[in-house]
Every structure is written in structure tokens, then in C-alpha cells.
Design a protein around this ligand. Structure first.
Ligand code: HEC
Ligand code: HEC
Ligand code: HEC
Ligand code: HEC
Ligand code: HEC
Length: 280
């Protein structure tokens, strides 16, 4: 009986600590959790193997507050126009997002009508067959000599000339809803901007690389070499906050993005720490 009581006492004493530990370790490890994305894109191939530059896809990482995920036109240049891995089911899914769903083929005379911005009867017919009646307000927009858009309110269809045939595609949205991984907890209107951070760190990392390689006159190097060095410096700029994405199958957070994390670095680099720098 005394023994049982002792065990009970020990349990009673340590259970709260154990629960706190569990909760803490859950919260601590949870932010590292990766997410399943609509398409199995990976930085391992595109950055690790192909050595692409971060801003080739994250177009605004050095220009604005948000880095942004890439427009599908970037993926299109390789996976549709050049047919890279076109047979892979993942790329077929990607292509379906880019091209929309094929609704039907149009007779060649349609081209003239589209050039004159009239919506031909054949298009009305095909869409009706698919359950849509175009409204009076619908219009045609010229995109390029091989492509037109048909707009009806917010809905969109495209006509494309492919191998001398005209094809009508559905209004599938031309973007992929990637699940967002990094997001500052929504409190107190915190304003984070990539541009300021990237522009601060990029030249400093470049300087470090040049010193390490003992390069004295950067501007005397051939432009291809300069670009390569800048690419490496940009990578390191992103990696200090995001970790080495080129080694991750799916990016995950390497930091919980809490206030302490921001402040620690601001202290280290003597950046502003007034509350209103970050809380607007
Ligand atoms: C070929 C295009 C491409 C290149 C090049 C690229 N990325 Fe990405 N990146 C994506 C796509 C697509 C996503 C969204 C899918 C995902 O999360 O994997 C993404 C997601 C991310 C995310 C997670 C965003 C979030 O939701 O929080 C980070 C961080 C990131 N990229 C950093 C980088 C860095 C750093 C580089 C350069 C070393 C880089 N990327 C190069 C296409 C690219
Ligand atoms: C510079 C050319 C290029 C661009 C731009 C590009 N990719 Fe790729 N992608 C490749 C190459 C090359 C491979 C590897 C093909 C192989 O394994 O042989 C690949 C592989 C992939 C795979 C894996 C396919 C599989 O089944 O193995 C996916 C998914 C993918 N890319 C998605 C994307 C997405 C989404 C974008 C736009 C954000 C994009 N790619 C932009 C060249 C590119
Ligand atoms: C000083 C730290 C820091 C640096 C450097 C940094 N990021 Fe970020 N990144 C963040 C934070 C914080 C968020 C979440 C922002 C939010 O919630 O608004 C984020 C979000 C993102 C996202 C998803 C949301 C978005 O903005 O579109 C992408 C993609 C991304 N970063 C890519 C990059 C790339 C590429 C680079 C390098 C060119 C880079 N980041 C450099 C801290 C950083
Ligand atoms: C890796 C280090 C680092 C991290 C992490 C970091 N910062 Fe910064 N931040 C800096 C540096 C350095 C500057 C100063 C840049 C300059 O002088 O141009 C700065 C500047 C800023 C500025 C502009 C200050 C001004 O004068 O207006 C804001 C806002 C800001 N950071 C917000 C944040 C927030 C919010 C976070 C966390 C989500 C964060 N930072 C995380 C290094 C960092
Ligand atoms: C370098 C950027 C930065 C500075 C400077 C900063 N904060 Fe924050 N603060 C953040 C970020 C990012 C968050 C959201 C993430 C979190 O909850 O930790 C936050 C969250 C908070 C929260 C909400 C916490 C919660 O969990 O609800 C309070 C309160 C706060 N900050 C107060 C302050 C005060 C007071 C100052 C000035 C002494 C200050 N902050 C300076 C970045 C900053």
C-alpha cells in the first residue's frame, strides 16, 4: 500500500511537467510539419539539380513585401513549350492546370471572326453543350496571333491555334492554389517585407563569397560568372530564414516566425527594434 502511494505521489508530482513537456514539444515540432501540395513540385530538382535562381520563380522576393509563388507561365516554358517530362502524371496534371480543359475544336473560319472580335455561333454552341450560355456582355480579347480570350463577367475561356487547328479551352483558373507554409501569426498587424531584408543581406553575402574566393574585382569577371555568384549569394540570403529548400522534398519552416526570432536577428544586425517598426 505504501509502495502504491509512493508511485501515486511521484506520478502526481511529475504528470504536470510531463504534460507541459508534451505540449511544448508538440508545439515546437509542429511548425516543421511539411504539407502535401496539389502538385508534387520540388526544389530538390529545380534548385538542387537545375540550379535555378530563386527569383526566377519567386518574382517579387527582392521587389516587394511578398515573395509570391510563381505564375504558371514560368512552369510552361519548360513543361509545355519544351515538353520536359510531358509523360509524367504530375506534369500532365500541371499541363491541365495551364491549358484548361479542352471543350472542342472550331472550324478555321472562326479565326476571322475572332480577329474581328465577334463571338462565332460555334463557340456559343459548344459552350451551350457544356451547360453555359454566354451573356450579351461577353467579349473577345486578342492575346496573341495564336490566342484569344472570351470573357463573360469573371469567367474566361481561351481559343488557341495549335498545329493549325483552333481549340476551345474551359475557364479553369490558370493558377495552382499552393498551400501557404510561412505565415506570421495574424496578430497586431505585423508588417514584414522581403524587399528590405533581401536587399540588405544580398550584397553582404556576395561580399563574403568574394572574400572567400579571393576575388578582388567583381566587375572584371565575365557576366555569366557574376550572375552565378549573385545567384549563390541570393540563395544564402533566403536560406538564413527559410533553410536549404533545395534539400527539402516540400519546404517546411525552420523557424516558428515568432517575435523573438525577428528581434534576435534585429539585435544581431543592429536593425530597428522600436515596437512600431514591425507593429503598424
Ligand atoms: C521552378 C520554380 C521555383 C524556384 C526556382 C524556386 N521556387 Fe520556391 N517554390 C516554388 C513553388 C511552386 C512553391 C510552392 C509549392 C511548394 O511549397 O513546394 C515554392 C515554395 C517555396 C517556399 C514556401 C512558401 C510558403 O508557402 O511559405 C519557400 C520558402 C521557397 N519556395 C523558397 C525558395 C528559395 C529560397 C528558392 C531559391 C533557392 C526557391 N524557392 C526557388 C517554385 C520555385
Ligand atoms: C528550367 C526548366 C523548368 C522550369 C521553369 C520548371 N521545371 Fe519542373 N522540371 C524540370 C526538369 C528538367 C525536371 C526533371 C525531369 C526529370 O526528372 O527528368 C522537372 C521536374 C518536375 C516535376 C517532377 C516530375 C516527375 O514526375 O518526376 C514536377 C512536378 C515539376 N517539375 C513541376 C514544375 C512546376 C510546378 C514548375 C513551375 C513552378 C516547374 N516545374 C518549372 C524543368 C523545369
Ligand atoms: C529575414 C527573413 C527572410 C528572408 C531573408 C526571406 N524570407 Fe521569405 N518569408 C519570411 C517570412 C517571415 C515569411 C512569412 C511572411 C508573411 O507571413 O507575410 C516569408 C514568406 C515567404 C514565402 C511565402 C509567402 C510569400 O511571401 O509569397 C515565400 C515564397 C518566400 N518567403 C520566399 C523567399 C525567398 C525566395 C527568399 C530569398 C530571395 C526569401 N523568402 C527571403 C522571411 C524571410
Ligand atoms: C536574419 C535576420 C533578420 C530576421 C530574421 C528579421 N529581420 Fe527584419 N531586418 C533585418 C535587418 C538587418 C534590417 C535592416 C535593413 C536595412 O537597414 O535596410 C531589418 C529591417 C526590418 C524592417 C524595416 C525597419 C525600418 O527601418 O523600417 C522591418 C519592418 C522588419 N525588419 C521586420 C521584421 C519582422 C516582422 C521579422 C520577423 C517576422 C524580421 N524583420 C525578421 C534583419 C532581420
Ligand atoms: C522585429 C519585429 C518586431 C518588433 C520590433 C516588435 N515586435 Fe511584437 N511581434 C512581432 C511578430 C512577428 C509578432 C507575431 C508573432 C508572435 O506572436 O510572436 C509579434 C507579436 C506581438 C504581440 C502579440 C503576441 C501574442 O502572442 O499575441 C505583442 C503583444 C507584441 N508583439 C508586442 C510588442 C512590443 C510591446 C514591442 C516593442 C517593445 C514589439 N512587439 C516589437 C514582431 C515584432
Amino acid at each position: 500500500m505504501k509502495k502504491n502511494l509512493a508511485i501515486f505521489a511521484v506520478l502526481a508530482l511529475f504528470t504536470p511537467f510531463f504534460l507541459i513537456f508534451l505540449g511544448y514539444s508538440y508545439g515546437y515540432h509542429n511548425y516543421k510539419k511539411a504539407r502535401v501540395q496539389p502538385i508534387a513540385f520540388t526544389h530538390k530538382i529545380h534548385v538542387g539539380q537545375l540550379n535555378m535562381k530563386c527569383t526566377q520563380c519567386h518574382l517579387y522576393a527582392d521587389k516587394g513585401p511578398f515573395a509570391t509563388t510563381p505564375p504558371l507561365s514560368v512552369c510552361k516554358t519548360c513543361h509545355v513549350d519544351q515538353g520536359v517530362k510531358a509523360n509524367s502524371p504530375q506534369i500532365q496534371k500541371l499541363t491541365a492546370h495551364i491549358q484548361g480543359k479542352l471543350l472542342g475544336e472550331l472550324p478555321p473560319e472562326t479565326e476571322g471572326q475572332l480577329a474581328h472580335a465577334k463571338i462565332p455561333q460555334t463557340i456559343h454552341d459548344i459552350l451551350k453543350k457544356n451547360g453555359t450560355n454566354l451573356s450579351e456582355k461577353s467579349t473577345v480579347r486578342f492575346v496573341s496571333s495564336n490566342e484569344w480570350e472570351i470573357l463573360d463577367g469573371k469567367k474566361l475561356w481561351t481559343v488557341k491555334k495549335e498545329q493549325n487547328k483552333l481549340k476551345l479551352y474551359s475557364n479553369k483558373p490558370p493558377y495552382i492554389e499552393w498551400k501557404r507554409i510561412h505565415r506570421i501569426p495574424y496578430v497586431s498587424n505585423v508588417g514584414f517585407t522581403h524587399k528590405r531584408h533581401v536587399r540588405y543581406f544580398l550584397p553582404r553575402y556576395l561580399q563574403q563569397i568574394l572574400e572567400k574566393k579571393q576575388i578582388k574585382d567583381f566587375y572584371s569577371l565575365p557576366s555569366s560568372q557574376r550572375e552565378e555568384l549573385e545567384k549563390q549569394a541570393l540563395k544564402q540570403t533566403c536560406y538564413q530564414c527559410h533553410g536549404q529548400v533545395e534539400q527539402m522534398t516540400i519546404p517546411r519552416k525552420v523557424s516558428p516566425l515568432k517575435m523573438g526570432w525577428c528581434i534576435t536577428c534585429h539585435v544581431k544586425h543592429n536593425a530597428p527594434r522600436d515596437c512600431w517598426t514591425c507593429h503598424q
